[in-house]
Design a protein around this ligand. Sequence first.
Ligand code: ADP
Ligand code: MG
Length: 207
Amino acid sequence: DISVITFFRKRQRMKTLIEVKHVKKIYRMGVEKILALDDISLKIKKGEILCLVGTSGSGKSTFLNMVAGLEKPTRGEIYIGGIPIHQLNEEKITLFRQKNIGFIFQSFHLLPMLTALENVSIPLVFRGVEKKKREQIGKAMLEAVGLFGYEKRKPSQMSGGQQQRVGIARALAGDPKIIFADEPTGNLDSATSREVMTLMTKMVREK
Ligand code: ADP
Ligand code: MG
């Protein structure tokens, strides 16, 4: 049982950006079958901010991974901007993700050897942006999430909240059409969670 809560929606009529039709996901573990998603259909419009709410194990991550093109549904169809992403092969879906999707993870998933600036710039490397420009955008993104002056810090030299700000900056750096966040505040205390949520929704609304 997953509920969808609308956090923000534009006043004017917007186009449907994501359409999920009768998606089913069955995981096989030996002879056991786990029905993780059973016939999910949903439309998401451009400019919406939605929350998926449900108990642990209800299929939220499975759903997000499917819509973000990280996993394939067992049955059903997923369209993003009219493109049938359930039909794309590995190579095409990777390109599609790099171009259109930003992902924010619960455990931040920053690369420990890289600085904050380098972590934020990663999506731009995939997009073929040259180094000078990457640094310029990366710095602006860090500043936008309140981390001016933290460019050279490694993840281990930052608090959880600061690391997730880097995660947000990275997700937004490539100017994606869609941001997915899987329990982005799950590893943060409640005050920092509120800050991070406010920052995320503010950045998304501005863009
Ligand atoms: P949530 O994110 O809401 O906590 P998940 O999407 O992670 O839930 O899991 C949904 C169900 O699918 C759970 O029963 C979980 O155990 C199962 N599941 C998730 N991933 C796998 C997998 N790779 N193999 C087998 N079962 C899985
Ligand atoms: Mg989950």
